[in-house]
Design a protein around this ligand. Structure first.
Ligand SMILES: [Zn+2]
Ligand SMILES: [Zn+2]
Length: 344
């Protein structure tokens, strides 16, 4: 495994990187949770940024609480019925319209903050025959709502039907069972990390050329991403991407954890693909949304397959931290891979 040394890279200050309208301070930081020797204070601060201050994670968790409160009873879910299946489907559609539609409205339709903190100078594509309906956003909305919400509903419904029938381990929270409350908190914090782990491997697999051609290329038509690009994927990619939920078939789960996990998969990409680093209201930074790490993946394709929450890309040599030296390393890696493939 190739361990990169970003310490030797020349830092780039905000807004100084070539080819971008805006960039954060570079090199990009990865999670300090998976480092040796351990850095407990840094790890705590990293988690606190998601869980103890205004964050997209807390917005998603709040929506998940609403979703879980609206969930039909376990008794009802013992038998499949179009009524409760439709209810879960509607929740995914409404939440996605709220989050992706809300971000699109703010950033793109209303130009709420103009180009401030926007990464890529380009606009979303219109009159472009590459996209369904010749329109990037229309194609994105179509695949997100039709394929995405449909397949995510199928997985969630499948889980709750199995859980309601008692075929997988579940638990309820009660005052006389404090250990389950501890497990709940641990699982809640661990789910985004598990999701990052699962995403890296699934995404790496999607970059296998045959699968890229059939499925993942659709998501990558979005070089300049917007909120609706987040879960605009081919149905094959949707199945692989949402399969992260299958972990609940083996770990004891509370319904809130499962609904949170489903909401996380569906709602964090619209934030991270929004194309802007933060939401600004009256020139104040209100919410961190964008993800420069993944923005680099959309521009350069063969780097940053995972997320900043787990250092798989650093361990396997595909981490582009945004600096010039790092870009050169990635170009050299690609050339070496091409030489290797043509020699075969
Ligand atoms: Zn993406
Ligand atoms: Zn990709």
């Amino acid at each position: 495994m190739a361990e990169q040394t970003p310490q030797s890279d020349t830092p780039i200050a905000r807004n100084q990187a070539r080819g971008w309208l805006h960039n954060p301070d570079l090199p990009i930081d990865l999670s300090p949770i998976f480092v040796w020797p351990p850095r407990p204070v840094a790890a705590f601060r990293w988690l606190a940024r998601s869980w103890l201050q205004a964050s997209t994670m807390l917005i998603i968790f709040a929506l998940a609480l609403v979703g879980a409160a609206l969930l039909p009873s376990m008794e009802t879910m013992k038998a499949l019925s179009p009524v409760w299946i439709g209810q879960i489907w509607l929740r995914h559609v409404v939440f996605l319209i709220l989050v992706a539609g809300g971000l699109h409205l703010w950033f793109i339709t209303l130009q709420g903050q103009g180009q401030a903190l926007k990464f890529d100078p380009r606009k979303q594509a219109t009159k472009n025959r590459q996209f369904l309906f010749n329109h990037q956003v229309h194609e994105n909305v179509f695949f997100s709502l039709v394929s995405g919400a449909g397949l995510l509903t199928a997985l969630e419904v499948g889980y709750f039907w199995i859980a309601a029938n008692g075929w997988v381990p579940t638990f309820q929270l009660s005052l006389d069972q404090p250990l389950w409350a501890l497990w709940f908190v641990f699982a809640l914090i661990a789910i985004p990390i598990w999701s990052s782990f699962h995403f890296y491997w699934v995404h790496r697999f999607l970059h296998w050329p045959p699968l890229y051609r059939i499925a993942h290329g659709l998501h990558h038509k979005n070089i300049n991403v917007g909120p609706w690009s987040g879960v605009s994927m081919h149905p094959i990619e949707h199945v692989l991407y949402y399969s992260t939920l299958l972990i609940h078939l083996v770990i004891p789960s509370h319904p809130i954890l499962v609904v949170f996990h489903a909401c996380l998969q569906n709602l964090s990409p619209p934030f991270s693909h929004s194309g802007y680093e933060q939401v600004l209201v009256r020139d104040k930074q209100r919410l961190r949304v964008g993800d420069f790490f993944h923005q680099l993946h959309h521009r350069y394709f063969e780097c940053n397959y995972g997320t900043i929450d787990m250092p798989w890309d650093r361990w396997f040599g595909s981490f582009d931290n945004g600096t010039a030296e790092s870009r050169t390393r990635q170009q050299d890696r690609m050339k070496a891979m091409k030489r290797h493939t043509s020699a075969d």
